[in-house]
Design a protein around this ligand. Structure first.
Ligand SMILES: C[C@](O)(CO)[C@H](O)COP(=O)(O)OP(=O)(O)OC[C@H]1O[C@@H](n2ccc(N)nc2=O)[C@H](O)[C@@H]1O
Ligand SMILES: Nc1ncnc2c1ncn2[C@@H]1O[C@H](COP(=O)(O)OP(=O)(O)OP(=O)(O)O)[C@@H](O)[C@H]1O
Length: 279
């Protein structure tokens, strides 16, 4: 029996950095959604663990114990076997949780293959701060350093465009370069009647990692400007620690038209239209 799992991209609609713990990790308050762009994984029964990385974004992604998928398998079933194929579609080190979402999808898939229970959120932090959030992809509010997952509001109909300019941004370096660590938390997301009302609310919130990421990768400014310039773009913002940015649109038509235009203008950028998913 082949088990399959989808690893959707994570988008931080907001990302407020509210403090720093004595161990150096930062406390966050972030509204997170998942979208239908992502990686695909398959799992077959096998004596030993193996991982094959394929797909359009496989280049540079390790196919061994350095991969978060491998680490997830080791955490869930130490010493157990499975033949895993990871089809990469998401850019790596991009702020959209590629590795974390792959790890979470591996946990979901292998838990079915091996008929074992999923670990608790706190245990998953060892794999990455985004892994607890990625375990059950749906709109959520992430707090603590990533271990506290609260249900998010119901999202209005919307479409997104994701752009990655091909520059890898180091997450630790971006956190380190933050000017202030004790920024105000996010108000409770109220739920919204439309994408436009939501975008207006989001516009008054922040991604505190945007300024330090921009200093490290100035091209992020060009990406945000390019999104802002497309017809129907309600809000443009960076996700996670960058460099991927997203634009929010009312309709799929607007997002698809923006994607076509941006791909023509910047064939060197990864440009992807997407809609939110809950799994
Ligand atoms: C920026 C976010 O993507 C927001 O969703 C995440 O907080 C980062 O999640 P991630 O990439 O899974 O992060 P990890 O691999 O656990 O951590 C990478 C590095 O980022 C910094 N880090 C991460 C999460 C956090 N709450 N505080 C931090 O300071 C630490 O220096 C850590 O060594
Ligand atoms: N399954 C995987 N997919 C991509 N990269 C992986 C994976 N496993 C390990 N890595 C390594 O982890 C690094 C970070 O990649 P990842 O896609 O997790 O990005 P990220 O920017 O940390 O995501 P985010 O900040 O949103 O959590 C890469 O440089 C890569 O070498």
């Amino acid at each position: 029996m082949t088990v399959e799992a989808f690893a959707p991209a994570k988008v931080n609609l907001t990302l407020h950095v509210t403090g720093q713990r004595p161990d150096g990790y930062h406390t966050l308050d972030s509204l997170v959604i998942f979208v239908d762009a992502g990686d695909r994984l398959s799992f077959d029964a096998a004596e030993t663990l193996s991982l094959t990385v394929t797909g359009p974004r496989a280049d540079g992604v390790p196919g061994d114990a350095r991969n978060l998928v491998w680490k997830a398998a080791d955490l869930l079933g130490p010493g157990r076997g499975a033949a895993i194929v990871l089809e990469k579609h998401l850019p790596a080190a991009a702020g959209i949780g590629g590795g974390s979402s792959d790890a979470a999808a591996a946990l979901r898939g292998l838990a079915r293959l091996w008929e074992v229970d999923l670990p608790e959120a706190a245990e998953l932090l060892a794999l990455g701060a985004d892994v607890p959030a990625c375990l059950k992809p749906r709109p959520l509010r992430m707090q603590g350093v990533g271990e506290t997952i609260l249900p998010g509001p119901e999202m209005p109909a919307m479409a997104l465009v994701l752009i990655n300019p091909g520059v890898e941004v180091s997450t630790p370096a971006v956190f380190k370069a933050l000017d202030r660590k004790d920024n105000p938390a996010m108000p409770t997301p109220p739920g919204w009647a439309s994408a436009a009302v939501m975008a207006h609310w989001l516009g008054r919130q922040r991604n505190d990692l945007e300024p330090p990421a921009l200093a490290q990768a100035p091209v992020i400014g060009a990406v945000l400007a390019a999104l802002d310039d497309t017809p129907g773009c309600l809000l443009a913002r960076m996700s996670g620690s960058g460099a991927t940015c997203f634009g929010i649109y009312e309709t799929n038509e607007d997002a698809t038209a923006a994607t076509d235009a941006l791909r023509r203008a910047r064939p060197d950028w990864w440009v992807q239209a997407a809609v939110p998913v809950s799994m």
